[in-house]
Design a protein around this ligand. Structure first.
Ligand code: ZN
Length: 168
C-alpha cells in the first residue's frame, strides 16, 4: 500500500476496461482479506477515481463517483481505515447522500444512500481527493489520533528490534 498516493487527488477513469474490472476484483479480495467494508483505488497504489464497498453480503462498485447531494442532517459514527491501522474515531458527516457513478458496464447510475452505506461512500470518496478520516476530526482529536498512531508504529518497531536482538 503506497503512502504517497494517499494524499493525491485521483484522476477520472477514462474507460471501463477489462483492466479496470480486474482491478475491482483484486480490490474486493484485498478488502475482504483485511475485513474492511470499503477500499479506494489510491489505497492500493492506483490514483484513479474508483472505490468498492462491501456491506454484509452486498457489493457496490463506484467508478468516477460524484456526491451530488448531501443531507443537512448529520450523524456521528466511529470510523477506521485500512490505511491507518488500529485508529478508530467518531466522525460527523451528513447522514444521507445521493451519488452518481459509472457501473462496471460503464453505465451512469444514481443511488440514494443512508446509514452505513452513506458513511462508507463518503469515507471512500474522500480518499479520491487525498483526504483521510483523521482530517475530519477536531484539531485536538486529530493530533491525539496521529500521536497514538505514531506511538503504535514506534512500539511495533521496538518489538521487532527486540525479537531480532533475542534471535541475534
Ligand atoms: Zn480509508
Amino acid at each position: 500500500m503506497g503512502e504517497e498516493s494517499l494524499r493525491e487527488k485521483s484522476l477520472p477513469v477514462e474507460e471501463v476496461t477489462d483492466e479496470i474490472r480486474r482491478l475491482v476484483d483484486a480490490m474486493f479480495d484485498t478488502m475482504e482479506e483485511k475485513d474492511g467494508i470499503g477500499l479506494a483505488a489510491p489505497q492500493v497504489g492506483h490514483n484513479i477515481r474508483l472505490f468498492v464497498v462491501g456491506i454484509e453480503s452486498q457489493r457496490f462498485i463506484f467508478i468516477n463517483p460524484e456526491i451530488i447531494e448531501t443531507s443537512q442532517e448529520t450523524c456521528t459514527m466511529e470510523e477506521g481505515c485500512l490505511s491507518i491501522p488500529k485508529i478508530y474515531e467518531a466522525v460527523v458527516r451528513p447522514s444521507k447522500v445521493r451519488v452518481q457513478f459509472l457501473n462496471l458496464e460503464g453505465k451512469r447510475k444514481t443511488i440514494d444512500a443512508e446509514g452505513l452505506l452513506a458513511r462508507v461512500i463518503q469515507h471512500e470518496n474522500d480518499h479520491l481527493n487525498g483526504v483521510l478520516f483523521v482530517d475530519r476530526l477536531d484539531e485536538e482529536l486529530r493530533e491525539e489520533a496521529i500521536e497514538r498512531f505514531n506511538k503504535k508504529q514506534e512500539n511495533a518497531l521496538k518489538k521487532r528490534l527486540q525479537k531480532y536482538k533475542r534471535k541475534g
